[in-house]
Design a protein around this ligand. Sequence first.
Ligand SMILES: [Zn+2]
Length: 161
Amino acid sequence: MLIAHLPAGYLLADGLSRGRRDRGALIAAGTVSAILPDLDMFWFHLVNGRQNLHHDFLFHWPLFWVALACPLWLMTRGTARACVAVALASLLLHMALDSVAGHIRWLAPFSDWTLNLIEIPARYDWWVWTFMHHWLFAVEVAIVIWAALRAMKKAPGGAPS
Ligand SMILES: [Zn+2]
């Protein structure tokens, strides 16, 4: 997934926070969390020398985020606790979206089994170009448009939701 993580996280957080007074905090937590796993791209480029797929790194292990969220959820109350829950949901959505074409190790570190629903054959030298010419990228663009329309509807002067 190239461009849809952030808008997908926004849409999830928007849906989960409906009707809550702390809605802004929950949407922020869900939206920011949606892109946290891809911070491992810095490690991939600056330390790893692009030797391994960044989906193999800790930040793309769903159980890492579950293990982090559980104690945080137990230690918090109210809005902070809800933010932890929405953030975890958003992080797991990131892994689910990456599982479509990205080999996610859902049971790491206990298993090397990966979930990957489709293979995208390399058709161009630059992998980004290959992804952009696959039908999956149209789905990503649709998610971006959906989130943009949703956000505009909520903006001051937008139509009521
Ligand atoms: Zn990712």
